[in-house]
Design a protein around this ligand. Structure first.
Ligand SMILES: [Zn+2]
Ligand SMILES: [Zn+2]
Length: 273
């Protein structure tokens, strides 16, 4: 028996004797099947390759976790330290002894929370290794490819995991798409960790919102207005996305301005081309 991992999206499947025929996540318009075809690996195979996780201190209480060389979607996960409570926000596929030792040195994990299915990766391996629950919004349950009793399917719009550390469902990219509000971050000015739910764009002063990033399918104007209105009520001045892009200052204001620009573009009021 093996637990196969899709090489295009990095998501691990439950035990099977044969290589899966399809990837649920990739064969859907928010991801894609590689033009060279579907390929699979396992965590054991990956350990024989040259992968390693870089764990880097970004600022007080916040570490980034990124696999090098880049694997699958190439996301960054974050370890948030909030008054002795350690949360892994999003996840990466690769997990080896060196990573386990380093995370344990930082105090281990009290919980894992996911923004959306593209980063489910090997979340159950991480949860079992660090004896931690996994928080996933119940609206994204259908995308879990390896089920586990460690998964807590939360419901509603918000869930406080610890003092001032709250996951909020914004939807959009995925129905259960969630962001993490960390009030104590950035000297108490607040940090929002947004996964792909709010995406930081090239110049770092603007963000965007999409249903599908690889296939460039936008979200409806009404949904973006709703997401921005919800974010306006969160405490944050800085924002980190899933690709190590950071809006360093005035992030809440930048989210509002970006949503206005996006809606104007969708409604034909931004340009005349
Ligand atoms: Zn896949
Ligand atoms: Zn995504």
């Amino acid at each position: 028996m093996q637990r196969y991992i899709c090489r295009t999206c990095g998501v691990q499947y439950g035990e099977s004797t044969e290589v899966p025929d399809h990837c649920l996540i990739c064969e859907e318009e928010r991801q894609y099947v590689s033009p060279t075809g579907q390929t699979w690996t396992t965590l054991e195979e990956m350990k024989k390759e040259s992968f390693k996780n870089e764990i880097k201190l970004e600022e007080p209480g916040l570490y980034s976790v990124k696999t090098e060389p880049e694997f699958a979607i190439g996301q960054t996960a974050y370890l948030v330290q909030n008054e002795g409570f350690n949360l892994l926000w999003d996840c990466v596929t690769f997990l080896d002894e060196e990573t386990i030792n380093e995370i344990n040195r930082l105090g281990g994990l009290d919980a894992i929370a996911l923004s959306h299915p593209h980063y489910y990766s090997t979340q159950v391996e991480w949860a079992e290794t660090f004896d931690a629950p996994i928080y996933i919004h119940e609206d994204d349950r259908e995308w879990v490819t390896r089920d586990s009793s460690r998964i807590v399917y939360w419901s509603g719009e918000s869930l406080e995991l610890h003092n001032g550390l709250t996951i909020h469902r914004l939807g959009g990219h995925f129905k259960g798409g969630a962001v993490l509000e960390w009030k104590a971050g950035y000297d108490g000015k607040g940090i929002l960790l947004s996964g792909d739910i709010i995406q930081v764009v090239a110049d770092r002063e603007w963000v965007s919102f999409m249903y599908s990033y690889p296939n460039l399918i936008p979200l409806p104007a009404a949904k973006v207005k709703e997401m921005a209105a919800a974010a306006a009520g969160f405490q944050f001045e800085r924002l980190y996305n899933a690709f190590h892009r950071i809006v360093k200052e005035n992030a809440n204001e930048r989210v509002q301005k970006s949503a206005e620009r996006y809606v104007k573009a969708l409604e034909g009021r931004l340009f005349d081309t």
